[in-house]
Ligand binder design. Structure first.
Ligand code: UD1
Ligand code: CA
Length: 463
């Protein structure tokens, strides 16, 4: 961490080409706002109090949404260009060190690259991060003189046809000693194609002042790829996901197809020999134990999964804690505040909500269990429903250890099924069922001997 380093992040622009009601920098990749990615990179270099974000378009929604980052905010009421934006941040800076300028719509920039640029600027130089591009369209171009030294930056809209052939582009990232920045900003003009105060004109001012301009080239163009439209947003999402997938594989996780894997959040902790099949979406914050298998088309959000658990295809798990050695799905839905102990089985078309299920219990087919406490070694038969809601309030169902619930039972809460109790199939249980006994509610079966089915009338109507 560099105590003398301060960082400005420009994030006031509208992002017209996204055609969105949401400010550009709040669009997401990997489940986090573009701007949050940039703040995270900046936080690798300095403390939050030394980071100032220039916001404007979208008003307070941006600082409100990212208040938890602890950065400083400077408002740019009207967007008169990147140079004007930096000028809005200047009063918030302490000064005396280097200032690093980042863009809120360039989310994948790496801390190591930024550190390299800051050292290039040193005490007395202007350092810019440039990139060699196959298609430099839209980028400012780095104009060099006969000796190869950087002379100035020209924006796409101001460039001559000759200048447009230059393939070295401006990433927008720049490092500059504070006192030089403070000297040059008031000298920026806006007589250009867009009538804006261009930050890029600092380069020409530096050259005029005899200050050296260092250009550091970034190897990977995706690192400085900016988002201006939804196609670019989708492109960067894939770049980002490919990086996450690569990292997970390096850490011992099998991905059946890294191109069909999405992590929108972060895996806080994971074991090895995990197998993740195609089209799995992981969201929020996750912990995944060793040897866990996740079948195709599962969505798992804010969950913790114990070692050796198998999650079969098309299951959804949301804000739940799953123990070790469990079997979930296919087609299971585990909703928030559910806690499964070890070796629990949850089968197809089973929905669990706000329930605790103790070790070794089985809920294998077509059931709804909500607001319940289920003991250990319980077997819940097919089609069992806890009727937890009376239209006004939610009530608890308690099923004690070793109970056996026959198929197609309704447990009308509040209700308790005692230890080792058995409930006969097809029962509607409205009162507590005692331990170690059979309880059932069922109308008596009867048979009518000699009964005949009605016959179809042979006389055709209308004749
Ligand atoms: C800018 C650079 C260009 C570079 C490109 C790289 C300038 C003049 N041009 O062009 O050389 O190749 O980025 O992506 O700097 N912003 C504000 N307030 C404003 C204007 C912009 O905060 O008044 C913010 C935007 O929200 C955005 C960033 O600055 O995060 C860049 O602005 P944008 O309009 O996207 O600049 P480009 O035309 O892409
Ligand atoms: Ca841009």
């Amino acid at each position: 961490m560099d105590n003398k380093l301060e960082i400005i992040i420009l994030a006031a622009g509208q992002g017209t080409r996204l055609k969105s009601a949401i400010p550009k920098v709040m669009h997401q990749i990997g489940g986090n706002a573009l701007l949050e990615h940039v703040i995270t990179a900046a936080r690798h270099l300095t403390v939050a109090e030394h980071i100032t974000v220039v916001y404007g378009h979208g008003g307070e929604t941006v600082p409100n949404a990212l208040a938890h980052t602890g950065v400083q905010w400077a408002k740019q009421e009207q967007q008169h260009g990147t140079g004007h934006a930096v000028a809005q941040a200047l009063p918030h800076l302490k000064g005396g060190g280097t200032v690093l300028i980042l863009f809120g719509d360039v989310p994948l920039v790496q801390p190591a690259t930024l550190t390299r640029l800051v050292s290039a600027a040193g005490q007395d130089s202007l350092a810019i991060l440039t990139v060699e591009l196959d298609n430099p369209y839209g980028y400012g171009r780095i104009v060099r003189n006969e000796t190869g030294a950087v002379a100035r930056i020209v924006e796409e809209k101001d460039a001559t046809p000759q200048e447009k052939t230059i393939t070295e582009g401006n990433s927008g990232v720049m490092a500059v000693p504070h006192q030089l920045l403070a000297r040059w900003l008031p000298q920026l003009g806006n007589s250009n194609a867009q009538g804006e105060y261009y930050l890029t004109d600092l380069v020409g001012l530096a050259v005029a002042d005899g200050v050296s301009v260092k250009a550091a080239k970034v190897g990977d163009a995706d690192e400085v790829f900016g988002v201006n439209n939804r196609e670019q947003l989708a492109y960067l999402e894939r770049v980002y996901q490919a990086r996450l997938a690569q990292r997970l594989m390096a850490e011992g996780v099998t991905l059946r197809d890294p191109a069909r894997f999405d992590l929108r959040g972060e895996i806080l902790e994971h074991g090895t020999d995990i197998e993740i099949d195609v089209n799995v979406v992981l969201e929020g914050r996750l912990t995944i134990g060793a040897r866990v298998k996740i079948g195709p088309h599962c969505v798992i959000r804010n969950a913790s999964i114990g070692d050796d658990t198998i999650i079969e295809a098309h299951s959804m798990i949301d804000a739940a804690v799953i123990g070790a050695g469990c079997r979930i799905g296919p087609f299971a839905r585990i909703r928030p505040e559910t806690h499964l102990a070890d070796h629990v089985h949850v089968g197809n078309f089973v929905e669990l909500k706000k329930s605790n299920v103790a070790a070794g219990s089985k809920i294998n087919h077509l059931s709804y269990v909500g607001d319940s406490t289920v003991g250990a070694g319980v077997n819940i038969g097919a089609g069992t429903i806890t009727c937890n809601y009376d239209g006004a309030n939610k009530h608890q169902t308690i099923i004690e250890d070793g109970a056996f619930i026959g198929s197609d039972t309704q447990l009308v809460a509040p209700v308790r099924v005692g230890k080792n109790a058995t409930i006969g199939a097809g029962s509607t249980i409205t009162h507590d069922a005692p331990a170690d006994a059979l309880t059932l509610s069922r109308s008596k079966q009867m048979t009518l001997q000699g009964w005949k089915r009605p016959q179809k009338s042979s006389v055709k109507s209308g004749e």
